[in-house]
Write a protein that binds this ligand. Structure first.
Ligand code: PGA
Length: 252
């Protein structure tokens, strides 16, 4: 991809009505061709994916899901498969977000299984990794990131026509409005690329992005000095004007 990728994670923050309104606002503005070379992805809650997808379909904006189950089909009450989400137009799948690791007990093993089924289906996993404040204080940051990346990609060979995104999200900055320095992001992005290297042959198969309190006040600095291929955006993606401003800054 020539430009950067900007992924909106709406989390469990918007119901159907508000999701529709926000999608319309974003799509109408972005249709005016502000995206440039960038790829913009929106990940609504499951209940809004279908309707948001219909609104986005005439635009260049892509659709993603905030999670997915690792089995393709079967008696798994409450779960949603890749195929079901593909039917609604999802191409990107966030897995291993720290909120799921923390509140839902999502383990590296589960994330690995999810990554495999997504790749097998021809879609793009967005694997989230990152250290907690405690781990950082104990000097374990690099180890934690290396471990999470290695386990997520265990026995995975990314083919030349497949793509995977790894999102570095320091757990302690998510939702705080306080991001890390771009130079630190660059250091981690390089580390992730080094670890993931043996899992792919084509350089185009891997993208490393940053997430954690990215907004219009810092996105340019991350874009220029963070050494990343894009961003995973939570809070700042819930405001159409702010989100558009960020896309504009990254794209131009
Ligand atoms: P934030 O969330 O931008 O609100 O910090 C990012 C994320 O959790 O993906």
């Amino acid at each position: 991809m020539a430009g950067k990728i900007i992924i909106a994670n709406w989390k469990m923050k918007l119901g159907l009505g508000v999701s529709i309104d926000l999608a319309k606002e974003i799509a109408s503005d972005l249709m005016l061709d502000k995206i440039g070379e960038s790829e913009v992805v929106i990940c609504p809650s499951f209940i809004a994916i279908n309707e948001v997808g219909k609104i986005l379909s005439p635009s260049k904006i892509k659709l993603g899901a905030q999670d997915v189950f690792w089995q393709e089909n079967g008696a798994y009450t409450g779960e949603v498969s890749v195929e079901m989400l593909q039917e609604l137009g999802c191409k990107y799948f966030i897995i291993g977000h720290s909120e799921r690791r923390q509140y839902l007990g999502e383990t590296n093993e589960m994330i690995n299984k999810k990554a495999r089924v997504i790749l097998r289906s021809g879609e793009v996993p967005i694997v989230c990794v990152g250290e907690t404040l405690e781990e950082r204080r104990q000097g374990k940051k690099d180890y934690i990131i290396m471990h999470q990346v290695e386990r997520a990609l265990q026995d995975v060979k990314i083919l030349d026509n497949q793509e995977i995104i790894i999102a570095y999200e320091p757990v302690w900055v998510i939702g705080t409005g306080r991001a890390v320095e771009p130079e630190e992001v660059k250091y981690v992005a390089d580390l992730i690329r080094k670890i993931a290297q043996e899992h792919y042959s084509s350089k185009n198969s891997l993208m490393v992005i940053y997430g954690g309190s990215v907004d219009s006040s810092n996105v340019r600095a991350f874009s220029e000095r963070g050494g990343v291929d894009g961003f995973l955006v939570g809070a700042a993606s819930l405001d159409a004007r702010e989100f558009m401003k960020m896309i504009d800054m990254v794209a131009n």
